[in-house]
Design a protein around this ligand. Structure first.
Ligand SMILES: [Zn+2]
Length: 250
């Protein structure tokens, strides 16, 4: 695996995305920015959660032969244990993150997506977006509704305090010999396609392949800056977001 990666914070804020790569695995996490005024039951911030979970996940991917969802479930469990004494892990607003994970395991490439951090695969020349769009289909987006629907059947699933969320991910394996390229994206980067329509998934893949992940992020920021208030009002997402793009060539 040949990996290149870029990440940028929302202007003026700390970056709540986190990307880590090893010789045969890579992942991107995108921490969910806490809604203001909501009691999370947790003394930690979102940045703590993504870094803690990222560390637990990387440590296990480095040494474990278990499947990707098993490894993620254990990492969520261990992250919970790290603040069980100080924080209320039953609080449905406890800090959370998306997961986009790739991992070579024998002759397979495992992929796993939890919430809105997509993976794009180039499988023998066919571009396949791997998308968990359950967040796009909630019956309501009030703070209360989102709290109720998080990590519940019929709602959406994220990595937070519930290890079972790992098994609700969008995941599969493909023969590694067929995979040429992959891109792992936080939604701050995938908005190049999903919000701004500046390319399709194949166009995004070619851009990060040829010009690099940093160029994708530069173009996203440029598009955000020229978005009109009217265009902005049509989207639920923030005007600017942390953005991470990780490109893998096999
Ligand atoms: Zn905590």
């Amino acid at each position: 695996m040949q990996v290149s990666c870029a990440t940028i914070a929302t202007p003026g804020r700390v970056n709540e995305d986190y990307a880590v790569t090893g010789p045969d695995w890579a992942f991107v996490l995108d921490g969910a920015t806490a809604a203001s005024g909501v009691d999370s039951g947790c003394v930690h911030d979102v940045r703590w959660l993504v870094r803690r979970l990222g560390g637990e996940l990387a440590q296990r991917l480095a040494v474990s032969d278990e499947t990707a969802p098993d490894v993620l479930a254990e990492a969520i469990q261990a992250t919970g244990a790290a603040h069980a004494d100080t924080c209320d892990l039953r609080n449905p607003s406890s800090p959370s993150t998306t997961v986009a994970l790739l991992r070579l395991r024998g002759d397979d490439l495992e992929y796993l997506v939890l919430a809105d951090s997509p993976i794009v695969l180039d499988v023998a020349g066919e571009i396949r977006p791997i998308i968990d769009d359950r967040l796009e289909h909630l019956p309501s987006y009030t703070v209360e509704a989102v709290r109720e629907l998080r990590n519940r059947p019929g709602g959406f699933w994220v990595a937070s305090t519930e290890p079972a969320a790992a098994y609700q991910s969008v995941r599969d394996v493909v023969p590694v010999g067929e995979v040429r390229r992959a891109a792992l994206l936080s939604d701050g980067a995938s908005r190049y396609v999903e919000r701004f329509g500046l390319a399709d998934w194949a166009g995004l893949m070619d851009l990060v392949d040829q010009a690099g992940p940093a160029e994708l992020l530069r173009r996203v920021r440029a598009a955000e800056q020229t978005e009109t208030p009217e265009e902005r009002s049509r989207h639920r997402g923030k005007p600017h977001d942390d953005a991470t793009a990780l490109f893998v060539r096999f």
